[in-house]
Write a protein that binds this ligand. Structure first.
Ligand SMILES: [Zn+2]
Length: 430
């Protein structure tokens, strides 16, 4: 009992120290920007090189061997106690940002990997820790997200390489230029020794704060449907057309939107958003004759998401029939849900409990690098409370005590990971 208490106190103290350092470092990296007065870092930009130089200094001081791969991902490996070709636990997130970003989205998840290594200098782990700072998750430069993580799992190919930035430079050309100027770059591929991927990220939403919790364990990332719904009626004079003789497409769309809201509330944990409406002809004194609406639907279970989309389309037809309008519906983009590894999710939950933190299981409504990595490597993800749920904004924040909670929990995770690995290996042999 005494030993356990002492170890927990040691871990808690290391976590507090690590959290203070991490907050300071987020501030330092926030200075690396390609636009004066705001934080902006895009794929393979000079600002990203600056982040790499700074990170390299910190990582090498902690005994981590650092390299940058062809896709601009920062890669650092801290060896296993045994050295050599041990299994790896990958801890990562992204180093790029949206325009006018906050200081924690992505960066925090990379720095936390470094914090684990620093806090556990005395550790003797039978597995190596690889810290990855992905070069692109937000898709700011090319309009296509996850370029860094897609590269390491072999999915940066085909049409994706032909996407061009604002200067007409393609992804393929940007990568070639970057790598040519840096012959020391390594292959952009995950080692086949990777046993697990762990990502920490601010929640980017209000749930943990509303539940008064520091940490949430993500068990899956929601699938997404993007749809178009168009209502067609008759444009007409706003002053001379009696109410009963109108075919107002915008009034129909408005009624449908409130029904979409109600349907989403009936489907547990679903979210549905009409984020954009284009009403034509758009005159203040003209009855809207034609309205195009967007519809974004997300849920952790793909069949539920599909059912919600069908229900939303049925409602659109119902509203249109009642109001004498015509309606067109189409789903033009779909991304399936991703389940995270059941064993690692439980391990993360136990680790948080051991560190003294209650958690809830969550579904991420936003995409993250874990979504790309999870189909290839068993993955887990942990959310940190995000005050006000504000993200992708300069006021984005995280509390130092919550970062300490995440580091403490992570150190407990490392403790249990060796046992988990051994169990998996034994299982395979049987
Ligand atoms: Zn992010």
């Amino acid at each position: 009992m005494t030993t356990t208490t002492t170890r927990d106190e040691t871990r808690a103290a290391a976590a507090d120290k690590g959290a203070a350092m991490l907050m300071h470092r987020c501030g330092v990296l926030a200075q690396c920007t390609e636009k004066q007065g705001e934080i902006l870092r895009t794929f393979l930009s000079p600002a990203m090189d600056e982040v790499h130089r700074t990170m390299r200094g910190w990582m090498e001081a902690a005994g981590i061997a650092v390299a940058v791969d062809r896709a601009g991902n920062l890669r650092g490996v801290y060896p296993a106690d045994s050295g050599g070709e041990a299994r790896r636990l990958v801890i990562g997130s992204h180093l790029d940002t949206v325009p006018n970003a906050g200081a924690y989205d992505g960066v925090l998840g990379v720095l936390i990997g470094l914090a684990f290594v620093e806090a556990s200098a005395e550790r003797k782990d039978p597995f190596a820790i690889e810290v990855i700072g992905f070069s692109d998750e937000e898709g700011t430069r090319f309009g296509a997200p996850f370029l860094g993580s897609r590269a390491v799992v072999g999915e940066l190919a085909g049409d994706l390489l032909e996407c061009v930035d604002g200067n007409g430079v393609s992804v393929a050309a940007a990568i070639t230029n970057h790598a040519t100027q840096r012959p020391e770059t390594i292959e952009a591929v995950l080692s086949d020794r990777c046993a697990a991927y762990l990502e920490f990220h601010i929640e980017q939403g209000p749930v943990l704060e509303s539940r008064d919790l520091a940490l949430g364990i993500v068990e899956g990332l929601a699938g997404q449907s993007r749809c178009k719904v168009e209502f067609r009626g008759h444009a007409g004079h706003a002053g001379t057309t009696p109410m009963k003789l109108r075919k107002d497409a915008l009034a129909g769309a408005a009624e449908w939107m409130t029904r979409v809201e109600a349907i989403a509330m009936r489907f547990g944990n679903a979210v549905a958003t009409v984020g954009r409406i284009d009403a034509e002809p758009g005159g203040v004194n003209v009855i809207p004759g034609n309205v195009r609406c967007s519809l974004d639907v997300r849920h952790a279970e793909d069949p539920v998401r599909a059912a919600l989309v069908r229900a939303a389309f049925d409602e659109a037809r119902g509203v249109a029939a009642k109001r004498g309008l015509q309606v067109g519906t189409a789903q033009y983009h779909e991304r399936p849900a991703v389940r995270l590894d059941v064993d690692l999710v439980s391990l993360a939950e136990r680790a948080a409990e051991r560190a003294g933190y209650a958690t809830i299981r969550m579904t991420s409504g936003a995409g993250h690098d874990a979504m790309v990595i999870a189909p290839h490597v068993p993955s887990a993800m942990v959310f940190l409370r995000n005050p006000g749920g504000i993200s992708h904004h300069p006021e984005e924040n995280v509390a130092e005590r919550d970062v300490a909670a995440a580091i403490h929990m992570g150190l407990c995770f490392l403790d249990e990971f060796a046992g988990h690995l051994a169990q998996k290996e034994t299982g395979k042999l049987v």
